[in-house]
Design a protein around this ligand. Sequence first.
Ligand SMILES: *Cc1c(COP(=O)(O)O)cnc(C)c1O
Length: 443
Amino acid sequence: MSESFQNVSNEQVGEKSAAAFARAKEAMPGGVNSPVRAFRAVGGTPPFIARGNGAYLYDIDGRRYIDYLLSWGPLIAGHAHPLVVEAVTKQAQRGTSFGAPTEIETELAEEIKRAYPSMELVRMVNSGTEATMSALRLARGYTGRSRVVKFTGCYHGHADSFLIRAGSGVATFGLPDSPGVPSAMAELTLTVPYNDIDHLRMVFEQYGEEIAAVIIEPVAGNMGLVLPQGGFLQAVRELTRAYETVLIFDEVMTGFRVSYGGAQERFGIDPDLTTLGKVIGGGMPVGAYGGKREIMELVAPDGPIYQAGTLSGNPLAMAAGLATLKLLQTEGTYERLEAVAKRVSTGFVEAGMRAGFSVQAHAIGAMFGNFFAAEPIVDYESAKQANVQLYSAYFHEMLSRGIYFAPSQLEAGFVSLAHTDLQVDETLEAMDDVMQELRRRMR
Ligand SMILES: *Cc1c(COP(=O)(O)O)cnc(C)c1O
Protein backbone atom coordinates (compact mmCIF):
# COMPACT_ATOMS: atom_id res chain seq x y z
CA MET A 1 0.00 0.00 0.00
CA SER A 2 2.70 2.47 0.92
CA GLU A 3 4.54 2.10 -2.39
CA SER A 4 1.60 2.86 -4.60
CA PHE A 5 0.76 5.79 -2.35
CA GLN A 6 4.17 7.38 -2.43
CA ASN A 7 5.20 7.15 -6.04
CA VAL A 8 2.56 9.57 -7.21
CA SER A 9 3.96 12.65 -5.56
CA ASN A 10 6.87 13.78 -7.69
CA GLU A 11 5.08 13.65 -11.03
CA GLN A 12 2.44 16.04 -9.83
CA VAL A 13 4.35 19.24 -9.23
CA GLY A 14 4.73 21.59 -12.20
CA GLU A 15 7.94 21.82 -14.21
CA LYS A 16 8.70 25.37 -13.14
CA SER A 17 8.32 24.51 -9.45
CA ALA A 18 10.55 21.48 -9.85
CA ALA A 19 13.24 23.65 -11.50
CA ALA A 20 12.86 26.39 -8.91
CA PHE A 21 13.27 23.86 -6.10
CA ALA A 22 16.42 22.42 -7.66
CA ARG A 23 17.85 25.92 -7.94
CA ALA A 24 16.81 26.85 -4.38
CA LYS A 25 18.59 23.80 -2.99
CA GLU A 26 21.87 25.15 -4.33
CA ALA A 27 21.38 28.38 -2.40
CA MET A 28 19.61 27.42 0.84
CA PRO A 29 19.64 24.35 3.13
CA GLY A 30 16.95 22.06 1.74
CA GLY A 31 15.95 24.85 -0.62
CA VAL A 32 13.87 26.55 2.08
CA ASN A 33 13.98 29.05 4.91
CA SER A 34 11.83 26.96 7.25
CA PRO A 35 12.06 23.14 7.20
CA VAL A 36 8.37 22.21 6.87
CA ARG A 37 8.15 24.03 3.54
CA ALA A 38 10.29 21.29 1.99
CA PHE A 39 7.43 18.73 2.23
CA ARG A 40 9.64 16.10 3.90
CA ALA A 41 6.73 14.72 5.97
CA VAL A 42 4.69 13.91 2.87
CA GLY A 43 7.43 13.51 0.28
CA GLY A 44 7.52 15.15 -3.12
CA THR A 45 8.31 18.65 -4.28
CA PRO A 46 6.60 21.79 -2.99
CA PRO A 47 4.93 24.06 -5.53
CA PHE A 48 6.65 27.46 -5.63
CA ILE A 49 4.20 30.26 -5.01
CA ALA A 50 3.75 33.22 -7.30
CA ARG A 51 0.90 35.03 -5.56
CA GLY A 52 -2.18 34.74 -3.39
CA ASN A 53 -5.63 36.30 -3.53
CA GLY A 54 -8.37 35.72 -0.96
CA ALA A 55 -8.53 31.99 -0.28
CA TYR A 56 -6.54 31.19 -3.43
CA LEU A 57 -2.87 30.50 -3.83
CA TYR A 58 -1.25 30.43 -7.32
CA ASP A 59 2.00 28.64 -8.07
CA ILE A 60 4.58 29.60 -10.68
CA ASP A 61 3.23 26.92 -13.01
CA GLY A 62 -0.09 28.75 -13.04
CA ARG A 63 -1.93 26.22 -10.87
CA ARG A 64 -4.54 27.47 -8.42
CA TYR A 65 -5.19 26.08 -4.95
CA ILE A 66 -7.77 26.72 -2.24
CA ASP A 67 -5.43 27.46 0.64
CA TYR A 68 -6.12 25.88 4.03
CA LEU A 69 -2.65 26.59 5.40
CA LEU A 70 -2.64 30.40 5.06
CA SER A 71 1.07 30.87 5.66
CA TRP A 72 0.75 28.51 8.66
CA GLY A 73 -1.89 30.63 10.34
CA PRO A 74 -1.32 34.38 10.02
CA LEU A 75 -3.60 35.12 7.05
CA ILE A 76 -6.99 35.01 8.75
CA ALA A 77 -8.20 37.73 6.34
CA GLY A 78 -7.02 35.70 3.35
CA HIS A 79 -4.27 36.63 0.90
CA ALA A 80 -3.73 40.26 -0.10
CA HIS A 81 -6.89 41.60 1.51
CA PRO A 82 -7.42 45.06 -0.06
CA LEU A 83 -7.61 46.82 3.32
CA VAL A 84 -4.42 45.16 4.57
CA VAL A 85 -2.61 45.97 1.32
CA GLU A 86 -3.80 49.56 1.54
CA ALA A 87 -2.65 49.95 5.14
CA VAL A 88 0.79 48.55 4.35
CA THR A 89 1.14 50.62 1.18
CA LYS A 90 0.23 53.85 2.94
CA GLN A 91 2.70 53.13 5.69
CA ALA A 92 5.46 52.21 3.23
CA GLN A 93 5.07 55.58 1.58
CA ARG A 94 5.75 57.26 4.93
CA GLY A 95 8.78 55.09 5.66
CA THR A 96 9.39 51.49 6.61
CA SER A 97 11.32 51.70 9.88
CA PHE A 98 12.49 54.40 12.24
CA GLY A 99 13.96 52.73 15.32
CA ALA A 100 12.07 55.38 17.26
CA PRO A 101 8.63 55.38 18.90
CA THR A 102 5.59 55.61 16.61
CA GLU A 103 1.91 55.95 17.52
CA ILE A 104 0.91 52.88 15.53
CA GLU A 105 2.79 50.63 17.98
CA THR A 106 0.68 51.96 20.84
CA GLU A 107 -2.47 51.51 18.77
CA LEU A 108 -1.79 47.81 18.23
CA ALA A 109 -0.70 47.33 21.85
CA GLU A 110 -3.92 48.98 23.05
CA GLU A 111 -6.04 46.80 20.79
CA ILE A 112 -4.30 43.69 22.16
CA LYS A 113 -4.82 44.89 25.73
CA ARG A 114 -8.53 45.42 25.07
CA ALA A 115 -8.93 41.91 23.72
CA TYR A 116 -6.64 40.21 26.29
CA PRO A 117 -7.27 41.83 29.70
CA SER A 118 -4.55 39.62 31.23
CA MET A 119 -2.00 41.51 29.10
CA GLU A 120 -1.63 44.72 31.07
CA LEU A 121 1.61 45.64 29.30
CA VAL A 122 2.68 44.42 25.86
CA ARG A 123 6.11 44.26 24.17
CA MET A 124 6.30 43.77 20.39
CA VAL A 125 8.94 41.51 18.87
CA ASN A 126 9.45 40.05 15.38
CA SER A 127 8.35 36.42 15.64
CA GLY A 128 6.62 33.90 17.86
CA THR A 129 10.01 32.41 18.70
CA GLU A 130 11.21 35.74 20.05
CA ALA A 131 8.02 36.14 22.05
CA THR A 132 8.24 32.77 23.85
CA MET A 133 12.00 33.06 24.36
CA SER A 134 11.59 36.49 25.92
CA ALA A 135 8.62 35.44 28.06
CA LEU A 136 10.65 32.56 29.48
CA ARG A 137 13.61 34.80 30.32
CA LEU A 138 11.18 37.15 32.03
CA ALA A 139 9.54 34.34 34.00
CA ARG A 140 12.95 33.14 35.13
CA GLY A 141 14.02 36.63 36.10
CA TYR A 142 10.78 37.28 37.95
CA THR A 143 10.76 34.04 39.96
CA GLY A 144 14.50 33.57 40.36
CA ARG A 145 13.94 29.94 39.31
CA SER A 146 15.36 28.07 36.31
CA ARG A 147 13.20 25.12 35.35
CA VAL A 148 10.41 25.26 32.79
CA VAL A 149 7.65 22.77 32.10
CA LYS A 150 6.36 22.24 28.59
CA PHE A 151 3.92 19.74 27.15
CA THR A 152 5.02 17.06 24.72
CA GLY A 153 4.06 17.89 21.15
CA CYS A 154 3.56 21.58 21.88
CA TYR A 155 5.74 23.85 19.76
CA HIS A 156 6.95 27.16 21.11
CA GLY A 157 9.39 28.24 18.42
CA HIS A 158 13.01 27.20 17.97
CA ALA A 159 14.74 28.64 21.06
CA ASP A 160 16.98 26.16 22.90
CA SER A 161 14.72 25.66 25.93
CA PHE A 162 11.76 24.58 23.85
CA LEU A 163 13.33 22.12 21.41
CA ILE A 164 12.88 19.29 23.81
CA ARG A 165 11.63 15.79 23.04
CA ALA A 166 9.33 13.78 25.25
CA GLY A 167 10.27 10.74 27.24
CA SER A 168 8.77 8.46 29.81
CA GLY A 169 9.00 8.63 33.56
CA VAL A 170 7.57 10.97 36.13
CA ALA A 171 9.69 13.98 35.37
CA THR A 172 11.46 13.52 32.11
CA PHE A 173 14.59 15.58 31.96
CA GLY A 174 14.50 16.91 28.46
CA LEU A 175 16.76 15.53 25.82
CA PRO A 176 17.46 18.02 23.08
CA ASP A 177 15.55 17.44 19.83
CA SER A 178 18.34 19.11 17.94
CA PRO A 179 22.12 18.88 18.05
CA GLY A 180 23.43 22.26 19.16
CA VAL A 181 21.12 22.56 22.13
CA PRO A 182 23.43 22.14 25.16
CA SER A 183 22.28 19.36 27.46
CA ALA A 184 22.79 21.70 30.42
CA MET A 185 20.08 23.86 28.89
CA ALA A 186 17.79 20.98 27.93
CA GLU A 187 17.91 19.54 31.44
CA LEU A 188 16.07 22.57 32.73
CA THR A 189 13.06 21.73 30.56
CA LEU A 190 10.65 19.16 31.97
CA THR A 191 8.08 17.60 29.65
CA VAL A 192 4.61 16.36 30.47
CA PRO A 193 2.01 14.74 28.17
CA TYR A 194 -0.73 17.12 27.03
CA ASN A 195 -4.03 16.75 28.91
CA ASP A 196 -2.31 14.79 31.70
CA ILE A 197 -2.90 16.80 34.86
CA ASP A 198 -1.84 13.95 37.18
CA HIS A 199 1.56 13.85 35.53
CA LEU A 200 1.90 17.60 35.88
CA ARG A 201 0.95 17.36 39.55
CA MET A 202 3.69 14.76 40.14
CA VAL A 203 6.25 16.99 38.46
CA PHE A 204 5.22 19.84 40.71
CA GLU A 205 5.40 17.66 43.82
CA GLN A 206 8.99 16.88 42.95
CA TYR A 207 10.27 20.15 41.47
CA GLY A 208 7.57 22.72 42.22
CA GLU A 209 9.79 25.20 44.06
CA GLU A 210 12.26 25.23 41.13
CA ILE A 211 9.78 25.74 38.30
CA ALA A 212 9.82 29.27 36.90
CA ALA A 213 7.16 28.72 34.27
CA VAL A 214 4.70 26.36 32.69
CA ILE A 215 4.25 27.13 29.01
CA ILE A 216 1.33 25.69 27.11
CA GLU A 217 -0.56 25.95 23.85
CA PRO A 218 -4.03 26.28 25.41
CA VAL A 219 -5.37 24.66 22.25
CA ALA A 220 -2.54 22.61 20.74
CA GLY A 221 -1.99 23.28 17.06
CA ASN A 222 1.43 21.84 16.41
CA MET A 223 0.67 18.11 16.71
CA GLY A 224 -2.32 18.52 14.48
CA LEU A 225 -5.17 20.26 16.29
CA VAL A 226 -5.62 18.77 19.78
CA LEU A 227 -8.18 20.22 22.17
CA PRO A 228 -7.72 20.65 25.93
CA GLN A 229 -10.01 18.28 27.79
CA GLY A 230 -12.62 19.66 30.17
CA GLY A 231 -11.02 21.14 33.31
CA PHE A 232 -7.44 20.63 32.11
CA LEU A 233 -6.54 24.29 31.63
CA GLN A 234 -8.25 25.23 34.91
CA ALA A 235 -6.20 22.61 36.73
CA VAL A 236 -2.99 23.89 35.14
CA ARG A 237 -3.92 27.39 36.32
CA GLU A 238 -4.61 26.21 39.87
CA LEU A 239 -1.37 24.23 40.16
CA THR A 240 0.81 27.04 38.83
CA ARG A 241 -0.87 29.50 41.18
CA ALA A 242 -0.32 27.21 44.17
CA TYR A 243 3.41 26.96 43.41
CA GLU A 244 3.81 30.63 42.39
CA THR A 245 4.94 29.49 38.96
CA VAL A 246 4.37 31.80 36.00
CA LEU A 247 1.74 30.42 33.62
CA ILE A 248 2.57 31.32 30.02
CA PHE A 249 -0.20 30.87 27.49
CA ASP A 250 1.45 30.51 24.11
CA GLU A 251 -1.30 31.91 21.91
CA VAL A 252 0.94 32.56 18.91
CA MET A 253 -1.39 30.33 16.88
CA THR A 254 -4.66 30.54 18.84
CA GLY A 255 -4.59 34.30 19.46
CA PHE A 256 -7.36 36.05 17.49
CA ARG A 257 -8.04 32.65 15.91
CA VAL A 258 -10.02 30.45 18.31
CA SER A 259 -11.85 33.64 19.26
CA TYR A 260 -10.97 37.34 19.22
CA GLY A 261 -9.72 37.07 22.80
CA GLY A 262 -7.95 33.77 22.09
CA ALA A 263 -8.16 30.56 24.07
CA GLN A 264 -7.98 32.47 27.35
CA GLU A 265 -11.25 34.22 26.56
CA ARG A 266 -12.88 31.07 25.23
CA PHE A 267 -11.95 28.93 28.25
CA GLY A 268 -12.05 31.70 30.85
CA ILE A 269 -8.45 31.40 32.08
CA ASP A 270 -6.30 34.26 33.36
CA PRO A 271 -2.65 33.46 32.51
CA ASP A 272 0.28 35.48 33.90
CA LEU A 273 1.99 35.95 30.55
CA THR A 274 0.76 35.49 27.00
CA THR A 275 2.67 35.21 23.74
CA LEU A 276 1.15 36.21 20.42
CA GLY A 277 2.30 36.18 16.79
CA LYS A 278 0.92 35.06 13.44
CA VAL A 279 -2.51 36.80 13.14
CA ILE A 280 -1.39 39.99 14.93
CA GLY A 281 1.06 40.62 12.09
CA GLY A 282 -1.47 40.08 9.33
CA GLY A 283 1.20 38.26 7.29
CA MET A 284 4.11 40.49 8.32
CA PRO A 285 6.76 39.30 10.82
CA VAL A 286 5.42 40.12 14.30
CA GLY A 287 5.31 38.60 17.75
CA ALA A 288 4.33 40.01 21.11
CA TYR A 289 4.50 39.07 24.74
CA GLY A 290 2.71 40.63 27.64
CA GLY A 291 0.97 40.02 30.91
CA LYS A 292 0.66 41.17 34.47
CA ARG A 293 2.06 44.62 35.09
CA GLU A 294 4.04 43.40 38.09
CA ILE A 295 5.94 40.98 35.85
CA MET A 296 6.17 43.10 32.69
CA GLU A 297 7.60 46.04 34.63
CA LEU A 298 10.78 43.99 35.01
CA VAL A 299 11.43 44.28 31.26
CA ALA A 300 14.05 46.85 30.18
CA PRO A 301 14.07 49.84 30.29
CA ASP A 302 11.62 49.76 33.25
CA GLY A 303 13.42 46.82 34.81
CA PRO A 304 16.63 44.80 34.60
CA ILE A 305 15.53 41.99 32.25
CA TYR A 306 17.00 42.79 28.87
CA GLN A 307 15.21 42.31 25.58
CA ALA A 308 15.44 44.48 22.47
CA GLY A 309 14.95 44.57 18.69
CA THR A 310 16.10 46.83 15.84
CA LEU A 311 12.91 46.22 13.87
CA SER A 312 10.53 45.49 16.79
CA GLY A 313 7.22 47.26 16.45
CA ASN A 314 7.96 47.74 12.76
CA PRO A 315 5.42 50.19 11.33
CA LEU A 316 4.60 48.09 8.25
CA ALA A 317 3.93 45.09 10.45
CA MET A 318 1.88 47.12 12.92
CA ALA A 319 -0.21 48.49 10.02
CA ALA A 320 -0.89 45.02 8.60
CA GLY A 321 -1.77 43.71 12.07
CA LEU A 322 -4.12 46.56 12.93
CA ALA A 323 -5.92 46.32 9.58
CA THR A 324 -6.37 42.57 10.10
CA LEU A 325 -7.73 42.95 13.64
CA LYS A 326 -10.21 45.59 12.42
CA LEU A 327 -11.56 43.12 9.88
CA LEU A 328 -12.09 40.58 12.65
CA GLN A 329 -14.21 42.93 14.76
CA THR A 330 -17.32 42.55 12.60
CA GLU A 331 -20.24 40.95 14.45
CA GLY A 332 -20.53 37.22 13.77
CA THR A 333 -16.98 36.80 12.44
CA TYR A 334 -15.97 33.94 14.69
CA GLU A 335 -19.29 32.10 14.35
CA ARG A 336 -18.79 32.22 10.59
CA LEU A 337 -15.12 31.11 10.79
CA GLU A 338 -15.95 28.23 13.10
CA ALA A 339 -18.84 27.11 10.91
CA VAL A 340 -16.44 26.93 7.94
CA ALA A 341 -13.76 25.09 9.95
CA LYS A 342 -16.40 22.62 11.21
CA ARG A 343 -17.65 21.97 7.67
CA VAL A 344 -14.13 21.06 6.58
CA SER A 345 -13.50 18.74 9.53
CA THR A 346 -16.95 17.13 9.41
CA GLY A 347 -16.60 16.71 5.66
CA PHE A 348 -13.30 14.90 6.19
CA VAL A 349 -14.87 12.51 8.68
CA GLU A 350 -17.87 11.79 6.46
CA ALA A 351 -15.80 11.27 3.31
CA GLY A 352 -13.34 9.09 5.23
CA MET A 353 -16.05 6.95 6.77
CA ARG A 354 -17.84 6.52 3.43
CA ALA A 355 -14.61 5.08 2.06
CA GLY A 356 -14.14 2.87 5.12
CA PHE A 357 -11.18 4.67 6.69
CA SER A 358 -10.68 5.33 10.41
CA VAL A 359 -10.68 9.09 10.79
CA GLN A 360 -10.67 11.69 13.55
CA ALA A 361 -11.22 15.43 13.28
CA HIS A 362 -11.33 18.48 15.51
CA ALA A 363 -12.32 22.09 14.88
CA ILE A 364 -12.39 25.22 16.99
CA GLY A 365 -12.60 28.83 15.87
CA ALA A 366 -10.79 29.17 12.56
CA MET A 367 -8.70 26.01 13.02
CA PHE A 368 -9.19 22.34 12.25
CA GLY A 369 -7.25 19.09 12.49
CA ASN A 370 -7.84 15.98 10.37
CA PHE A 371 -6.28 12.61 11.20
CA PHE A 372 -6.31 9.11 9.76
CA ALA A 373 -6.57 7.35 13.11
CA ALA A 374 -8.83 4.90 14.89
CA GLU A 375 -8.42 6.23 18.44
CA PRO A 376 -9.26 9.69 19.80
CA ILE A 377 -6.32 12.13 19.61
CA VAL A 378 -5.67 13.73 23.00
CA ASP A 379 -1.89 14.11 23.14
CA TYR A 380 1.32 13.66 21.14
CA GLU A 381 1.44 9.89 21.65
CA SER A 382 -2.02 9.40 20.17
CA ALA A 383 -1.35 11.96 17.41
CA LYS A 384 1.75 10.01 16.37
CA GLN A 385 -0.37 6.87 15.93
CA ALA A 386 -2.11 8.48 12.98
CA ASN A 387 -1.37 6.87 9.60
CA VAL A 388 1.41 8.87 7.94
CA GLN A 389 1.42 7.07 4.57
CA LEU A 390 -2.30 7.44 4.15
CA TYR A 391 -2.14 11.12 4.97
CA SER A 392 0.71 11.64 2.48
CA ALA A 393 -1.29 10.01 -0.28
CA TYR A 394 -4.37 12.02 0.68
CA PHE A 395 -2.37 15.24 0.82
CA HIS A 396 -0.90 14.78 -2.67
CA GLU A 397 -4.22 13.76 -4.21
CA MET A 398 -5.90 16.82 -2.70
CA LEU A 399 -3.07 19.04 -3.87
CA SER A 400 -3.39 17.73 -7.41
CA ARG A 401 -7.10 18.66 -7.24
CA GLY A 402 -6.23 22.20 -6.20
CA ILE A 403 -6.70 21.93 -2.44
CA TYR A 404 -3.72 23.00 -0.32
CA PHE A 405 -3.62 21.43 3.16
CA ALA A 406 -0.71 21.29 5.62
CA PRO A 407 2.08 19.05 4.31
CA SER A 408 1.89 16.97 7.51
CA GLN A 409 -0.92 15.47 9.53
CA LEU A 410 0.75 16.84 12.67
CA GLU A 411 -0.06 20.42 11.66
CA ALA A 412 -3.31 22.30 11.98
CA GLY A 413 -5.49 23.53 9.13
CA PHE A 414 -6.80 27.08 8.91
CA VAL A 415 -9.70 28.94 7.38
CA SER A 416 -10.08 32.65 6.67
CA LEU A 417 -12.68 35.34 6.15
CA ALA A 418 -12.13 34.82 2.43
CA HIS A 419 -13.23 31.16 2.28
CA THR A 420 -16.66 30.91 0.66
CA ASP A 421 -19.27 28.17 0.97
CA LEU A 422 -18.70 27.34 -2.69
CA GLN A 423 -14.98 26.83 -2.10
CA VAL A 424 -15.78 24.56 0.84
CA ASP A 425 -18.26 22.61 -1.33
CA GLU A 426 -15.50 22.12 -3.90
CA THR A 427 -13.15 20.99 -1.12
CA LEU A 428 -15.61 18.43 0.26
CA GLU A 429 -16.29 17.02 -3.22
CA ALA A 430 -12.55 16.62 -3.77
CA MET A 431 -12.23 14.91 -0.36
CA ASP A 432 -14.91 12.39 -1.28
CA ASP A 433 -13.31 11.73 -4.64
CA VAL A 434 -9.84 11.30 -3.09
CA MET A 435 -11.02 9.01 -0.29
CA GLN A 436 -12.70 6.73 -2.87
CA GLU A 437 -9.56 6.79 -5.00
CA LEU A 438 -7.39 5.83 -2.01
CA ARG A 439 -9.79 3.04 -1.15
CA ARG A 440 -9.57 1.69 -4.72
CA ARG A 441 -5.79 1.77 -4.54
CA MET A 442 -5.75 -0.25 -1.35
CA ARG A 443 -7.61 -3.15 -2.91
C1 LIG B 1 4.26 29.34 15.13
C2 LIG B 1 4.37 29.19 16.59
C3 LIG B 1 5.46 29.67 17.32
C4 LIG B 1 6.68 30.24 16.64
O1 LIG B 1 6.40 31.40 15.93
P1 LIG B 1 7.44 31.86 14.78
O2 LIG B 1 6.86 33.16 14.32
O3 LIG B 1 7.40 30.78 13.74
O4 LIG B 1 8.76 32.00 15.40
C5 LIG B 1 5.43 29.61 18.69
N1 LIG B 1 4.39 29.07 19.33
C6 LIG B 1 3.32 28.58 18.68
C7 LIG B 1 2.17 28.02 19.45
C8 LIG B 1 3.28 28.61 17.29
O5 LIG B 1 2.23 28.08 16.64
